[in-house]
Design a protein around this ligand. Structure first.
Ligand SMILES: [Cu+2]
Length: 82
């Protein structure tokens, strides 16, 4: 089996953040919307149990620093996990 990475696939990365204050679907929606305002976001998953926000993004258009700032601007203290 051959795996071929295109240029755009190579730029897609995943970043994980911990937001301790996330506790309901309102927070989930709020963070998802805040992150989605950035360019190059492929997907946002907010897990209410683990309080982890997993963001798949295009590395050529945005960065973990920008994503973290967007979550913090939405009013949530955030730690970068990976
Ligand atoms: Cu909430």
């Amino acid at each position: 089996m051959t795996i071929t990475l295109t240029a755009s696939d190579a730029a897609v990365k995943t970043a994980v953040f911990k937001c301790k204050e996330v506790n309901c679907s309102g927070c989930q929606k709020h963070i998802t919307e805040a992150v989605n305002t950035l360019e190059g976001i492929k997907s946002v998953k907010v897990d209410l149990d683990t309080k982890l926000v997993t963001v798949v993004y295009d590395d050529s258009k945005t960065s973990p620093v920008s994503i973290k700032a967007a979550i913090e601007d939405a009013g949530y203290d955030t730690e970068t996990v990976s």
